[in-house]
Design a protein around this ligand. Structure first.
Ligand SMILES: Cc1ncc(C[n+]2csc(CCOP(=O)(O)OP(=O)(O)O)c2C)c(N)n1
Ligand SMILES: [Mg+2]
Length: 346
């Protein structure tokens, strides 16, 4: 028997479907990507508590929709640059959980065979052109990547992710100006999570919107997106990519979001005002998207299948990493400048 409630939701689902500019396949991909990032980041934290993740790491719990929105919109061949907070961007480009977790655990099966660690994920095969721990360092590099595409006549787009704190660094402004002057096919994405390490961005910035309010200085439109809504991010990405591929130059997109954990694994985030985290958790990107799928008529079984598949993936990846050997010692002395002699200086 169909009750009034079911009737109402079926009606709104079909109305929503009629207005759908994104489509079910993309929506499922957006949810899958967000769930996988959440599970892998949560597992990274659990492994840290078990002392199986060495070195520091910076999680992106709460910021999944930005990586998923851009990751799903990017095509193979597009390039991406990210910061030390870059597990989510790397996973969103299709790098496996095993490669990411293996790297964090300093295992031979890791993306860099365990030699780089959490802050140095790169995979040219996936277009992931590195993670950079020096704030702002990668924005000029992203310009270089885009200049290469423009020069060669290739139609790939370069996406450069960075935080709100990065907008107060000189390299941000130099890169924006250069990209605008040369009309480069690059998309700058500011993940405004309201904090630098422990400092609220608002306390040290002359404008309210650290990226968007500076866009006009480079002749670019001011774009602010709800970074917890994967659809909004995906739409903004599509628009910026179309502009870049048409030869109409760069975009600067500010995505408003919030990180659920502290700055790094050692930070409990106690400097945040009481209730702030809870308020943002009500707008958890996964919660928003789960509800969105239901509104568009995706069944609870379909949603659960995505969630269960992700749990299986992360469990299998964890077991593979635990069983993998550590980074072989001789690898420590390959691909480094210093060989103990002076030859590299000549
Ligand atoms: C040039 C430089 N200055 C300072 C630091 C130390 N530092 C590491 S993370 C960070 C905060 C960056 O904040 P934001 O850009 O908002 O990124 P988020 O950590 O929020 O993702 C700072 C100042 C650094 N890595 N590089
Ligand atoms: Mg920040």
């Amino acid at each position: 028997m169909v009750n009034a409630r079911t009737k109402r939701s079926a009606k709104s689902a079909s109305a929503a479907a009629r207005n759908d500019d994104i489509g079910e396949d993309v929506r499922l991909a957006l949810y899958r990507s967000q769930v996988e990032i959440r599970d892998c980041e949560q597992r990274a934290y659990d492994l840290f508590l078990q002392n199986l993740v060495k070195g520091t790491s910076h999680l992106a719990l709460g910021q999944e929709a930005i990586a998923a929105g851009f990751g799903v919109a990017m095509k193979p061949g597009d390039k991406s640059f990210c910061t030390y907070r870059g597990h989510h961007h790397t996973l969103a480009r299709g790098v496996s959980m095993e490669k990411v977790l293996g790297e964090l655990m300093q295992r031979d099966n890791g993306l860099m065979r365990g030699k780089g660690g959490s802050m140095h994920l790169a995979s040219s095969e996936h277009g992931v052109l590195g993670s950079y721990a020096i704030i702002g360092a990668h924005l000029p590099l992203a310009c270089g990547s885009a200049l290469r595409a423009q020069y060669m006549g290739d139609d790939d787009v370069t996406v450069c992710f960075f935080g709100d704190g990065t907008t107060n660094i000189g390299a941000f402004h130099e890169a924006l100006n250069f990209a605008a002057v040369y009309k480069l096919p690059v998309v700058f994405v500011c993940e405004n999570n309201l904090y630098m390490e422990y400092t609220p961005i608002g306390e040290v910035t002359a404008v309210e919107h650290p990226a968007a309010d500076r866009a006009g200085a480079y002749g670019l439109p001011s774009i602010i997106v709800d970074g917890n809504d994967a659809d909004a991010v995906y739409r903004a990405a599509q628009e910026a990519f179309a502009k870049a591929r048409a030869g109409d130059g760069p975009s600067l997109i500010e995505c408003k979001t919030y990180r659920h954990s502290g700055h790094s694994r050692a930070d409990p985030g106690k400097y945040r005002p009481e209730g702030e985290l809870e308020k943002w958790k009500e707008r958890d990107p996964l919660k928003i998207y789960r509800q969105r799928l239901a509104e568009f008529g995706v069944s609870e079984d379909q949603i659960k299948a995505i969630e269960e598949a992700s749990k299986t993936k992360v469990d299998e990846a964890t077991e593979a990493c635990k069983a993998a050997p550590p980074t072989p010692e001789d690898l420590l002395f390959t691909d480094v400048y210093a060989d103990g002699k002076w030859s590299w200086r000549n």
